[in-house]
Design a protein around this ligand. Sequence first.
Ligand SMILES: [Zn+2]
Length: 465
Amino acid sequence: MSDAKNTKRTCGGPSPPKVSQQGKSVSHCTATRKVLFQSTFPKVIRSDRVEINYGTSINSASLDPDQYNCMPPLSQIDQILQKVNEGEAEIVLDYGCYSVETIRLFKKFHADKVIQDQVRNEIYWVKQGNYLTVDAVSHLDENYVQSLLEIVQNHAQNDVVSIAGYRYYIDDLTYLFSERWLSNSLIYQICLMLNTKFTESKTLVYCASDVMSQAGFCQKMYNDFANIKEGQLILIIPVGCYNGTYFMDSMQITHEDGSKSTVNCNHFALAVYSLELDMVIYADSLGWGIPDSVKTIFRNVAQKMGKPCPVYNMCHQSGSNVNNATHKCTNLCAPNYPLQTCTSICGVSVIVGATLACLYRKGFYGLAGINSHLSSGNIGYLRNISLYSKFLRRVIMHWIVAGTINVNMLVVNLPSSNRQECKSALNADSPHTGGDENYMQRCESMGNFIFAFTHIYTYMCIIYM
Ligand SMILES: [Zn+2]
């Protein structure tokens, strides 16, 4: 297994802003996010006067944002730099006279301000707490969340850090502290972590794009799974949808006027290939269909292993969301499999799905509707996965700081207000014993109530504070 890769792709959301490396403003390039958070930046004021005196040099000024009262908005900075990016010039604005280098520095201050806002939001996100699951979880430790928050604050945005033996980009980690999209490089590290459990899980987890780029992958699978009857291959797949066609990674399209462009993926899906059942369980939390290239991968793996072409079990049938309409479950869907109602949880959903398939296979099969008599029990809350974003992101943070994955953290205990009612069911529930479906439904309706109440309460506090 290799270290953190240099390639980065984000699915489910925009890429984070990069700290500009342009110019000679060294001190702030390497500033920790905490320092940026505590910095004061110049006021943004559009200057009516913009005079450019070419060939005139002026002394470079301070790199410290405190030394400036005002700076132009980003759009005006870009206009100025388009004209004078090369060569020497003096730029005269309403509020002062600046070198080109200083104008570039102002641009960097804008990028730093974006990070400052991010840090503010991260602190607020952590402060908001866990909502309904704060009493409902047995193994999650909020101290791990705090530790990770300190790590991301005490590094610069572009740093790569090693945590418990795994390497992460700081800006990848910051995605966890909000409702932002996760990146494939973060998911890649989680795959490495899951693969250390192979002896227990008999499962290997890969990002599908990596499989495609690895020569001899099928042979490797053949070797890894030799003599393991109940083996599983899990692929985490970056997918996209264009005009009803589902694709992996990206797709070239030709427009009516003959011009070509590329559409990139913006979503993650999960495929679990059971070598025992000769079946691929395809799990997409938006209910999208399976790309042809994914079927090709599994056909090749099956062929190499001397297995029949696998059958496909779709957790959500894709027929109901033609032309990108929102998925509506039919009686062919697995009603308990996570279906997202937000736009940002697909990365979390594939991590959770892969973890369950590896380490709590019975529970995963219950969610996926493979065996109807298997209850999804105390993980049944996952069907409303978007409601539990704050909790599940915290679980992933805990795993990252601990450097190991504990599937028991996904097993939700009772909300305290409902503890008495469900006491007997609680005793029966564990990842290895299955659970009581009705119990989870009861608890969930209570949970939804608490969730809604917390939201209303927070809203009222904001209004009246
Ligand atoms: Zn469905």
